[in-house]
Design a protein around this ligand. Structure first.
Ligand code: BG6
Ligand code: MG
Length: 214
């Protein structure tokens, strides 16, 4: 029986990829690297540093760890600045009512996001109070596909991993959820997320009656 729903943030609750794209594009331009919207797709669900490394690889640029850390910081400052444009209405349709319905049913609800900006994004969407706990990239050492972040969420919720379902839009996230011994609903395309127990196009489409079918 499912007792908790754990949501990835970026790409599941809201489209932050457009703001990441603005910031990464600005950095790529400064470095003289061509970076397209198609390239940006490769960065979804990928850590900040790995994202930078992918961009540097695109340009055939190799830098020291210190230089990379400085560039990642610079990108993040721009990202946070662009996030300032985000409004609560950007939460994906149906998500807010899904979160409310789950809580009414006594199901625990969490966010487990690799982003170190998760609290900021939840604040901008005015949905911090919709969750029993938030676990983010500042609290874990191993990035998805490692199950650490989901296991930490379950521990904080005091729910057994087998009683949790994760909503994830990235293949690495689906892998992490399954490795944690949880059920997983892929949010996006079945071609990319085929390992999940089910795949739906948008999180807001999920019907709570489907929980018992997992
Ligand atoms: C993930 C996003 O949730 O968080 C990635 O899908 C992002 O695109 C990663 O790179 C890390 O985010 P941040 O905000 O810590 O740079
Ligand atoms: Mg995501």
């Amino acid at each position: 029986m499912i007792k908790a729903c754990i949501f990835d943030l970026d790409g599941v609750l809201v489209d932050t990829a457009q703001y990441h794209f603005l910031a990464w594009s600005r950095l790529a331009k400064e470095l003289g690297i061509e970076f397209t919207a198609a390239d940006n797709e490769r960065l979804k669900g990928v850590s900040r540093m790995r994202s930078l490394e992918i961009i540097l690889e695109l340009g055939g640029v190799s830098l020291s760890e210190t230089e990379k850390a400085d560039l990642a910081d610079k990108k993040n400052k721009w990202f946070v600045e662009y996030l300032g444009q985000m409004v609560p209405g950007e939460i994906f349709p149906g998500v807010k009512s899904l979160l409310e319905r789950l809580r009414e049913m006594g199901i625990k609800v969490a966010v487990a996001s690799s982003s170190k900006n998760a609290e900021t994004v939840l604040g901008l969407l005015h949905i911090q109070d919709a969750f029993d706990t938030v676990v983010d990239g500042t609290m874990v050492t191993n990035a998805k596909p490692d199950p650490e972040i989901f296991l930490l969420a379950a521990r904080k919720l005091e729910v057994d991993p087998a009683e949790c379902v994760v909503f994830e839009d990235a293949a690495a996230g689906v892998e992490a959820a399954l490795a944690a011994g949880m059920k997983c609903i892929g949010v996006g395309s079945p071609t990319q997320l085929g390992h999940a127990n089910r795949v739906i196009a948008k999180a807001g489409e999920f019907k709570t009656t489907e929980l018992k079918e997992l």
